[in-house]
Write a protein that binds this ligand. Sequence first.
Ligand SMILES: [Zn+2]
Length: 271
Amino acid sequence: MPELPEVETSRRGIEPHIKGKLFKTVTVRQPKLRWPVPDTLAVDLPNLRLDSVERRGKYLLLNTASGTLILHLGMSGNLRITSADQPVGKHDHIDFMFDDGTVLRFNDQRRFGAVLWTDAAIMSHPLLASLGPEPLLADFNADYLQQRAARRNVPLKSLIMDSHVVVGVGNIYASESLFLAGLLPTRPAGQLSYAEHEALTAAIKTVLQQSIDQGGTTLRDFAQADGKPGYFKQSLRVYGRAGADCLRCAAPIQQVKIGQRASYFCANCQR
Ligand SMILES: [Zn+2]
């Protein structure tokens, strides 16, 4: 499933190819995504200039002067830069063609992704309005997290995976961040010291930034016909390593379910 680093990598992969160009045509082959693709896209988009591609959480925002195209990759979506003469694959649901012939192709095998349009203020959109801060920006810090954790007894892992608290910390990154910070995923969130909040916010930023940096090596794939642009192998310290040796102390990595999600930790290195 594409997580924040994959979505950010997709943003960086597509923007240089389409920024500043005019939408020319929209071809919708399959409108049944997570929500129906608006049938007005083919009327609304042509002749609008794509000013920028931004990211908020796991949403990609393609901004024009008249509104914003909202893209979400769901469980299996990917975006590719191609041309109209490239053969269309089974799950290539939507083509956005630009005035120079460049095509942005949306592919999504499981169809949990979304393509929506709004001409209202984008950050007030119902999908975006209640999202917590971006983990890589300065307003996600120890002061903020301590305030959000105060008097809460939820497991720490559940707190940082709550998109109202902070966006983009998926299941893998939550386990990895907690290991790096030396904190047990089951710790009651309200019990952390300020220093532990500092360690945790720093670890989340480090883990996500390292993953985005790894994704940077795939950027040229966005304009290639094969492969799945935006997906890349990550180096994981604890996630998926139950029973294997902790990379820090060699004790066996343990697994526990928190909120139905598999969580991995070292009982020796994490408190
Ligand atoms: Zn350990």
